[in-house]
Design a protein around this ligand. Structure first.
Ligand SMILES: Nc1ncnc2c1ncn2[C@@H]1O[C@H](COP(=O)(O)OP(=O)(O)O)[C@@H](O)[C@H]1O
Ligand SMILES: [Mg+2]
Length: 209
């Protein structure tokens, strides 16, 4: 199991967002989380991705408590794709892809970057400034950036939210084609239904459907 989450509870002030949330993320599994806006999907994904902490409950990574090494584990084992690509517009595609490697004190080789970019049909954009790409192209670069450190798990928070239907379908197919485990947050139930397991955050609980 990459991640086991047990009995997670999260509130903001005295308003409970969710509780009794249990989820296992095995290697390679494709999991969808749906739910209406404000139901806590982003908060839950950030807790699973060790960006935020729950009020109570437990997160095990490969069976062990996270402890104080969460930032190291996160950079090594988890890749994020956000709704807004969060590329640096003033850097080239290559330079954007390099960032997760530099954080680890390692280098990204040009041929490695090209291999990632080939998988999303963007190898000819390696030296383009990120700001000159279309929305769909930027999101595909963000997808590559999530893979740069060869994580076991990709967390994707509404990665199709800013894309037209055709580009959105490309993104979903890319996620499905990965050997990695994927947790996809989406309010599109059609995309969600393509995943192996489907959950909905509803009435403050995570319920499978
Ligand atoms: N840091 C925070 N402080 C206070 N309230 C927050 C914070 N983060 C999120 N919330 C609230 O929690 C609720 C759920 O947010 P979110 O997880 O973003 O839901 P979703 O992604 O399903 O739309 C929202 O009402 C939001 O305002
Ligand atoms: Mg959200």
């Amino acid at each position: 199991m990459i991640i086991t989450a047990k009995n997670l509870k999260k509130s903001f002030e005295d308003r409970e967002l969710f509780s009794e949330v249990n989820i296992d993320i095995p290697k390679g599994k494709k999991i969808a989380i749906t739910g209406r806006s404000g139901s806590g999907k982003t908060t839950l994904l950030n807790i699973l991705g060790l960006i935020e902490t729950a009020d109570s409950g437990e997160i095990l990574i490969y069976g062990s408590p996270v402890g104080d090494k969460s930032h190291l584990i996160r950079n090594e084992s988890i890749g994020f794709v956000f709704q807004f690509h969060h590329l640096n517009p003033e850097l080239t595609v290559f330079e954007n892809l390099e960032i997760p490697r530099l954080i680890q004190g390692k280098k990204l080789l040009r041929h490695e970057a090209l291999d990632f970019l080939k998988s999303v049909n963007l190898e000819d954009k390696i030296d383009s400034m990120a700001k000159h790409l279309s929305g769909g192209q930027k999101q595909r670069v963000a997808f590559c950036r999530a893979l740069v450190n060869h994580p076991d798990l990709i967390l994707a928070d509404e990665p199709t939210g800013q894309l037209d239907q055709a580009q959105a379908e490309v993104m979903i197919q890319l996620l499905l084609s990965l050997p990695q485990a994927v947790v996809l947050v989406t309010h599109d139930r059609q995309f969600a239904s393509l995943m192996d397991e489907k959950y909905e955050l509803i009435n403050h609980r995570l319920t499978s459907w």
